[in-house]
Design a protein around this ligand. Structure first.
Ligand code: PMP
Length: 418
């Protein structure tokens, strides 16, 4: 097939129109502040045909409550679907704001619907928080390694990143305190409190309390991004940092607990900020999709639904994590990792100095299995010997095959040398 002629092509030739200004010369400065294409590469690798993906944080497709969503959709259309197809208020539908406030109250400090905004995923929540609070050059403290999507947002907002090292319990709040005492003044401190992406760490209660006390002392805002808190398969979830301080924005994704495709998440903010966050949302997209809000408000407003659904998720992921652990220990003895207590990830260290994670990644892809090497997650830390494996979306046979392919990739990487 002959490609259609590109009507815009002259803009990038050597003698362009437009008075010699190429279209790419029109880009805003902020587009140059984040040049990472790591997220796109991971998602592309995860969906390439024939590739078994342990790469993305993709929830198990068999975890989606399809029948329950179909029932809610049927009910909506049997009644009056018109309001679900209409524009809705920017902060969210009343019913959705109510269920988010109720869930926030169950898992943290009491929240009223007036402090809730419904966003198109927590990713949008992060972006709106950054747009509303970050001026060029402002400091944002965050774990190192950190969630790639957050790093991207903060970089593009013009923030100076202040990476804080972590350990098996997540962010070292003692190191954060030292940095603050030495003069660092972040506007935001970003944490993923449960089953961190990528490290799977859970921030203990004492560190949450410490973080909250530092927020009170130094005046920053804690951004608590918690997509995995309901996916504990050992122990339970801990109360949100907001029980210790009012200086907390909570991002409550529903992508891992219901499904990501509807793009509906909750954000809970201090009353003094919610108006500005809503103004930013209005500029971005006027509102989150009404139909998705109606469906999710139906599911989450049903007292029978969530407890049973979450119990099912914990059982499913717990079983997959245990099977993955057994396979990794048996087949890949050169990987060292802590058994995750929830979430979707194993964060692994390569114990043999002969192969680094970038080389293993390349060989793994050639063998038809996608992993994520540590480097893109790391800001100052050395990511060359760590990697993230997701166990969530493969079934038993695929998991076994994926681990076998990783074993082959390792052998080939060894022969190739570092
Ligand atoms: N925060 C973290 C830590 C995540 O891992 C993800 C998704 N992988 C998100 C936010 C984005 O979630 P959502 O689908 O709600 O935008």
């Amino acid at each position: 097939m002959t490609p259609a002629p590109d009507a815009h092509a002259p803009a990038t030739t050597a003698t362009p129109g437009g008075g010699g200004v190429r279209v790419e010369d029109l880009l805003a400065r902020r587009t140059g502040w984040d040049r990472s294409d790591a997220v796109s590469r991971i998602l592309a690798a995860a969906t390439a045909p024939g590739v078994l993906s342990m790469a993305g944080g993709i929830p198990a497709p068999d975890s989606f409550p399809v029948a329950r969503l179909a029932e809610a959709t049927g009910r909506l259309f049997a009644g009056s679907a018109v309001s679900a197809l209409q524009y809705a208020p920017t902060p969210g539908t009343a019913a959705m704001r109510e269920v988010v406030a109720a869930r926030a109250t169950e898992t943290g400090a009491p929240a009223s619907p007036g402090r809730v905004m419904v966003t198109a995923g927590s990713q949008q929540g992060l972006d709106l928080v950054a747009r509303t609070l970050i001026d060029e050059g402002d400091e944002v403290a965050l774990d190192d390694p950190s969630y790639l999507g957050a790093v991207q947002v903060f970089r593009r907002a013009g923030a100076r990143l202040l990476p804080v090292p972590g350990d098996r319990d997540g962010m070292r709040t003692d190191v954060l305190e030292q940095r603050l005492a030495a003069g660092a003044r972040p506007k935001l401190v970003y944490v993923v409190p449960h089953f961190h992406n990528p490290t799977a760490a859970v921030l203990p209660v004492e560190r949450r309390r410490h973080l909250a006390a530092l927020a009170e002392r130094y005046g920053f805002l804690v951004v608590e991004d918690d997509p995995y808190g309901d996916l504990a398969f050992e122990g339970g979830r801990l109360p949100s940092t907001d029980v210790h301080s009012g200086r907390v924005v909570r991002l409550m994704s529903l992508s891992k607990t219901v499904c990501p495709g509807l793009r509906v998440a909750g954000l809970v903010a201090p009353a003094a900020l919610i108006g500005e966050l809503v103004a930013a949302k209005q500029c971005a997209d006027l509102q989150t999709n009404t139909f998705g809000q109606y469906l999710l408000a139906d599911l989450l407003g049903d007292p029978e639904f969530l407890p049973a659904h979450l119990a099912g998720l914990r059982a499913l992921y717990g079983e997959r994590a245990r099977s993955m652990e057994a396979l990794l220990r048996e087949r890949l003895p050169w990987l060292d990792f802590e058994r995750p207590r929830g979430g979707l990830f194993f964060w692994c260290r390569l114990t043999d100095p002969r192969v680094g994670s970038d080389a293993l990644y390349a060989h793994a892809l050639a063998e038809g299995v996608a992993i994520v090497p540590g480097t893109p997650f790391c800001i100052e830390e050395d990511g060359s010997r760590v990697l993230r494996l997701s166990f969530a979306s493969l079934d038993e046979e695929q998991r076994r095959e994926g681990v076998a392919r990783l074993a082959t990739a390792w052998e080939k990487a060894l022969t190739d040398g570092p």
